[in-house]
Write a new protein. Structure first.
Length: 133
């Protein structure tokens, strides 16, 4: 076993300039009950859905603008062990330019089998926190 030093933010070269966009995708039910509850899904189905959110969802998400189609740099599924009713998925894209409009597209293969798409306009990228109700 050999310990290796992990790179942290302060170790990154200062000349590196990445423009990132992080999206927190929250999935919840209209009635407020848990998305992955034992009454609707078996334990095997819950494990399959959690596996999809952890490892397979990356292929079903894109961010695009004219001439650009980006796939996520990383996706993180926050497993909550049914302690909260919603599901949170953090999606990060690199190389996102300010001043362009983007389209976020997610093909849901866990529940509805439908494609969800919404526009992210350039003004939205200049705001730190946006809550859509």
């Amino acid at each position: 076993y050999r310990r290796q030093r992990q790179m942290c933010i302060r170790d990154r070269p200062t000349t590196e300039s990445k423009e990132e966009l992080t999206i927190n995708l929250r999935i919840n039910r209209k009635n407020g009950t848990a998305v992955l509850n034992d009454n609707q899904f078996s334990q095997t189905e819950i494990m399959q859905i959690e596996h999809y959110f952890s490892f397979g969802i990356t292929d079903d998400i894109t961010l695009s603008s004219p001439g650009i189609k980006a796939t996520p740099a990383f996706v993180h599924y926050e497993r909550n062990y049914q302690l909260k009713p919603s599901i949170d998925i953090i999606i990060d894209f690199n190389g996102i330019k300010q001043g362009e409009d983007y389209s976020f597209k997610f093909t849901d293969r866990a529940f509805s089998q439908k494609t969800i798409e919404f526009k992210i306009n350039q003004e939205l990228l200049n705001v730190c926190y946006v809550k859509e109700t």
